[in-house]
Design a protein around this ligand. Structure first.
Ligand code: FE
Length: 299
């Protein structure tokens, strides 16, 4: 919020059309990570292009770009989850971008075919199980969690969350809407408790014995391992199982960025996204934020 205010005040205080100033790029981002801030500084060091960033919730930023219309200062919109990128696409806020660099760096399956958006990181929606109570368990499918043997043992955040909506979308794609609905009902019937909190809270729930398995994005566990003592301790009591290794594989989502339709600094917007897809930034997303790079062959 403070950042947003600073940006608005800066816009108000400086001379005419500051958002159009050359050598700037205005980024609206729904990612809020220290790693991202460090990357912005690196981009400016390297290119001399100043980055103005507004952070906020994805829906809020999208609504804002919509309200600002053709006068929006936004050059780049960054958000997490393919479901949200799709929503932004449907709202018509992106313009198509062609970039040899982006096309070379990012696999075609992780970017829009017309260049409306580009995946920047990957995140796996994994299962986290109790080491104590399930010492032998190494294979498990999403489908299993709906079966009677998991009654009262499953922890998952609310279905209002996009991560779960996209997971359900992947099950609809794999099994069809009827089986997906039956799966959802099975999960609800097997919940250890009413959904509460975010992904970290589900991991804490497994560690505390409230349930035996949690459905979470992988990087939350990695960050708990690096986090405070209580989280580190909780993380030590659980183990990751990558589901569906014998069939379609684990559900992997992305975070990504696109050039806004009315971007006043279009060229710099593309350069900025190219920088984020470059090897240096990709390595930082992995080492700093515990996400998977989209660029193949990077650690
Ligand atoms: Fe997240």
């Amino acid at each position: 919020m403070i950042r947003l205010l600073v940006f608005v005040l800066a816009l108000a205080a400086s001379s005419a059309s500051p958002a159009m100033a050359e050598g700037e790029v205005n980024v609206y981002s729904a990612r809020h990570y220290d790693t991202d801030d460090a990357l912005l500084r690196r981009f400016t060091e390297e290119t001399g292009i100043k980055v103005n960033i507004i952070e906020g919730k994805s829906d809020t930023l999208l609504a804002r770009i919509g309200q600002e219309g053709d006068l929006s200062p936004a050059d780049v919109f960054i958000t997490v989850d393919a479901g949200r990128l799709r929503q932004a696409e449907e709202n018509g806020i992106f313009q198509p971008t062609r970039s040899k660099q982006l096309e070379a760096q990012i696999p075609a399956s992780l970017r829009h075919p017309d260049g409306l958006w580009f995946g920047l990181t990957k995140r796996a929606r994994v299962l986290v199980v109790s080491k104590d109570r399930l010492p032998e368990l190494t294979t498990l499918n999403y489908e299993d969690l709906a079966s009677p043997e998991w009654k009262g043992r499953v922890l998952i955040r609310s279905s209002s969350n996009i991560y779960n909506q996209s997971l359900v979308a992947s099950i609809i794609e794999a099994a069809g809407p009827e089986k997906a609905e039956a799966w959802c009902r099975g999960i609800v019937g097997n919940l250890a408790r009413a959904p509460q909190g975010g992904d970290r809270d589900q991991i804490r729930g497994v560690a505390a014995g409230e349930g035996d398995v949690a459905v979470v994005n992988h990087y939350y566990l990695a960050r708990m391992i690096e986090g405070n003592e209580a989280d580190c301790e909780a993380a030590s009591k659980v183990r990751v199982v990558f589901p569906n290794q014998s069939d379609r594989g684990t559900h992997v989502n992305i975070s990504g960025a696109g050039v806004v339709k009315s971007a006043p600094n279009r060229e710099n917007a593309v350069r900025f996204i190219e920088f984020l897809a470059g090897n240096e930034a990709q390595a930082k997303f992995a080492s700093g934020n515990q996400e998977y790079p989209v660029v193949e062959g990077l650690e």
